[in-house]
Design a protein around this ligand. Structure first.
Ligand code: ANZ
Ligand code: ZN
Length: 835
């Protein structure tokens, strides 16, 4: 018997599936539809093991549902815009487009060699002018609907390269290329009004009951709905007041200062006459724009000299500071500080020697270095004293509203989505700036606004800005010379609707509504938890925005979400501390050495990453073991949501199982005529138990459990004698492993002489009668004499056995009216009734 040879089989079946277009999704199909999608990849150049694991899981679901009679949409494409292509262009002197297209070609080949059941006819890359042209049209629809606007906003500015930097390009407060300290700069930017849907995005989470709780919680925190009080402090000696937002109006009697953001208009006004304040504001500008940068910076302030009047006691005034921890973009950009009950305020108060007054909890207990943020009753608080926090909050809001100095409001942490990028490799924002008409959308019949091919990356900054002619355009309204927008869209825009384009891709518009609605929402979405917030939130927003524009009737884009774990590997270091690739390491006398070199230290098991060099390239593994062994291994070793450690032993184990199934097929293929199926009831039952269990496991994405059950069935088959039951069990095994090992399954199907392709065979159904537990024969004695026998479920309880036995006719006759005094039960064997 020959071994299963993936080098021949894999390619052969991939070609056959291709020729038959086996995985083309038919939108007109009468069958029930299902949409299985994995987050589409960024074409970085090569697949990594994380990709292999992610896409294999999706593939198993897709193939399984196909076998279960669904019309399955399982598409693939490329999230192709973004910075790495521009970096490659800069470093390797290639063009982003050719770099990207080459990567796509290489990765597509890798996808094919893994045998994924994908509908390649729907493939696209987001850098296709056709795709981004439709995206531009959608952007303009949102613009018309008032969901897009322009506003001055702070960006990270590299003063040496004279360019805007993305947050990722700011490393320790410095520009990644120039190394110069990054500044904050006001620039006119485009925004999408995601905050218009803040409530809805939050409330919608409760309906997503097939999402991981942790993802829903992360989204909830990101949206961050806070209820509180917005109120106005009177400022001593001025007509205007200072608006602040607080979630803790109950702590007002513990207030010891007010603070405004460095970017607050009041700070700017005062700085004109206060050089110290101007310098402080300047210093604040040097911190990065990210919330994280602001959060971790040391709390600093500058006393403006102004004072506000306490709203609950007009004789009481508080100083106004400008402070670096107050954000202009949240609430009103101004706060009151209550050091006893807010950690930032406490740090600040200690630094500037401001009073710390406890107003909640145990009045006797002093506040040290830690603010008290727990529950309790109010103390030292006038009319609030004695109330619980929640009641005190309500009481202050009622009072403020009654006296007209404030009102209860809701604030969101969520900000509108700044989509402007001063970069080349992205979707051009389709507007024209005219000196007379202002911002003018590019007319739809002039879309797509294409990226120019002839750009250079030598000069820092936006290549579209440097292009000699691209910027020049005539105003669509008045025809005068005007300027084309040179900002491109954040690439998260591209991934916010690609799943709709997969479902429907007419030439003349972004999607056909009825066709898209026939597939959506995505029934099973699979991807990394690193996208738990932004990508998923933006996609949920686009769906709502498109609905608001009347383009689609869809509430949520992804019905079921699964976030898979990472692939990890041991880390290796040479004696001199260099990281070593697993392929640079060999085993000698049970220790690890650098290949023809010195000893190796084995470090922690960590997520595969280029920096630690603990990566395993899928390609040589695929060449050596074939697609099915690789697919099997990434499903087998740990639950899908947990991390999977890649090991040599693991892939070898998978390879052995591939061969084991193949051997079983060859040993049993001639069993058919041998005897009657009933001859091996136990094996047939084992096969049905396996069908039942594996079906449920795949449905619930418990792939490792399904793998374990396949091993059990294989072991049961190995123990059985030749019979038609054995052959049937092997056929079932082949079908049950076919979603994970599709090439082997086809080869086996053919060897078994089954008709058609394995991929077209209906999924086996478990016969409920075959699932019944094993039974045992129980002997029944009355006063030690055998009177009867009964079949009972194996392992039945004492109570069940008693009940089963006592009502029996022969037993009743033997008892002859006497009441049993005692019932002795020997489990699974015997019941003796003593009367
Ligand atoms: C007084 C107070 C007392 C506060 C106290 C908290 C505890 P969340 O829950 O995140 O909405 N705050 C308001 N606007 C701010 C801004 N622009 N920059 C920085 N901090 C700001 O937080 C709301 C609380 O964060 C508000 O309630 C305010 O401080 C602060 F014992 O007001 B609080
Ligand atoms: Zn004009």
């Amino acid at each position: 018997m020959t071994r299963f040879n993936p080098a021949v089989a894999d390619g052969r079946w991939q070609r056959i599936w291709d020729e038959r277009q086996a995985f083309a999704a038919d939108s007109a199909s009468e069958k029930p539809k299902t949409y299985v999608l994995e987050m589409f990849p960024y074409p970085s150049g090569r697949l990594h093991m994380g990709h292999v694991r992610n896409y294999t899981m999706g593939d198993v679901i897709a193939r399984f549902r196909r076998a279960r009679g669904f019309e399955v949409l399982h598409p693939m494409g490329w999230d192709a815009f973004g910075m790495p292509a521009e970096n490659a262009a800069f470093e390797k002197k290639t063009h982003p487009e050719s770099w990207t297209r080459q990567n796509i070609a290489a990765m597509r080949e890798q996808f094919r060699s893994l045998g994924f059941a994908l509908d390649w006819s729907r493939e696209f890359a987001t850098c296709d002018a056709e795709y981004y042209g439709h995206e531009q049209a959608l952007f303009l629809k949102m613009y018309e609907a008032g969901l897009v606007y322009r506003k001055e906003s702070y960006v990270n500015w590299d003063p040496v390269d004279m360019t805007v930097l993305a947050n990722e390009q700011v490393i320790d407060g410095k520009g990644w290329r120039s190394g110069a300290p990054v500044e904050r700069r006001l620039l006119s930017q485009w925004f999408l009004k995601i905050t218009a849907f803040a409530d809805d995005l939050l409330d919608g989470l409760s309906g997503l009951d097939q999402w991981p709780d942790k993802v829903r919680l992360m989204q909830e925190n990101w949206i961050g709905r806070s209820r509180g009080l917005k109120f106005r402090f009177a400022i001593e000696g001025r007509e205007d007041g200072l608006d602040v937002f607080t979630t803790r109006p109950d702590t007002l009697f513990g207030a010891s200062f007010a603070a405004i953001a460095a970017d607050h208009p009041l700070a700017a006004e005062l700085a004109a006459k206060d050089a110290g304040l101007a310098a402080f504001i300047e210093e604040c500008r040097k911190t990065g724009t990210s919330a994280e940068a602001i959060e971790t910076a040391e709390k600093k302030g500058y006393d403006t000299g102004l004072r506000v009047v306490h709203p609950l006691d007009p004789t009481w005034t508080l100083p106004i500071f400008a402070a670096n921890f107050v954000l202009m973009e949240y609430g009103t950009g101004a706060i009151f500080g209550c050091p006893a009950h807010d950690q930032r305020d406490l740090d600040f108060a200690r630094k500037y020697q401001l009073p710390v007054t406890r107003v909640v909890g145990d009045a006797e207990e002093p506040i040290g270095d830690e603010a008290y943020v727990g529950p309790g009753r109010l103390v030292n608080s006038g009319f609030l004293t004695g109330m619980e926090v929640d009641d005190a909050i309500a009481a202050v809001i009622t009072r403020a509203e009654g006296e007209g100095w404030g009102e209860g409001t809701t604030q969101f942490r969520l900000r509108d989505w700044g989509v402007s990028r001063q970069r080349y490799w992205g979707t051009p924002i389709p507007v024209i700036h005219c000196g007379d008409c202002g911002v003018v959308p590019v007319p739809e019949d002039q879309l797509p606004v294409r990226l120019p091919a002839d750009v250079t990356f030598e000069t820092p900054g936006n290549p579209l800005e440097h292009h000699p002619t691209w910027k020049n355009a005539d105003c669509p309204t008045c025809g005068k010379p005007a300027r084309r927008e040179t900002d491109t869209l954040d690439t998260f825009a591209d991934s916010s609707w690609y799943f709709i384009r997969f479902a429907s891709q007419p030439k003349d518009k972004a999607f056909d509504r009825a066709e898209a609605e026939s597939w959506l929402p995505v029934d099973q979405y699979i991807g990394g938890v690193e996208h738990a917030i932004l990508h998923l939130l933006y996609a949920r927003f686009w769906t709502r925005a498109l609905k608001a524009c009347g383009l689609i009737d869809l509430d949520e884009p992804f019905r079921q979400l699964f976030t898979q774990g990472m692939v990890t590997h041991e880390t290796y270091r040479a004696a001199d501390g260099r990281w070593l690739l697993p392929s640079e390491v060999e085993r000698r006398d049970n220790s690890l050495f650098e290949i023809s070199g010195g000893p190796v230290t084995v470090g922690r098991v960590e997520k595969m990453s280029k920096s630690k060099k603990n990566t395993v390239d899928p390609s040589p593994i695929l060449d050596q073991y074939g697609a099915d062994a690789v697919r099997w291994f990434v499903l087998s070793d740990s639950p899908a949501e947990r991390d999977l450690q890649w090991t040599e032993a693991g892939i070898e184990g998978a390879w052995r199982f591939v061969q084991r199934v193949w051997r079983l097929v060859n040993e049993t293929k001639d069993d058919a005529g041998k005897s009657d199926a009933s001859e091996d009831d136990a094996l047939t039952r084992a096969a049905h138990v396996a069908i039942d269990g594996i079906t449920a496991d795949i449905e619930a994405l418990r792939f490792n459990k399904a793998v374990a059950k396949s091993y059990e069935l294989a072991a049961a088959i190995e123990k059985a004698a030749p019979s038609s039951a054995r052959r049937h069990a092997v056929k079932m095994l082949v079908q049950l492993v076919s979603p994970a090992m599709p090439h082997l399954a086809e080869e086996a199907w053919e060897a078994l002489g089954e008709a058609g392709l394995a991929v077209d065979a209906a999924w086996p159904e478990a016969d409920p009668a075959m699932l019944a537990q094993d039974t045992v024969t129980i002997a029944i004695q009355v006063n030690g004499k055998l009177r009867d026998e009964v079949e009972a479920a194996k392992g039945a309880t004492r109570e069940d056995m008693e009940a089963l036995v006592l009502t029996r006719e022969k037993v009743q006759r033997a008892l002859d009216g006497k009441t049993p005094r005692k019932v002795i039960v020997v489990p699974d064997r015997l019941v003796n009734i003593v009367a």
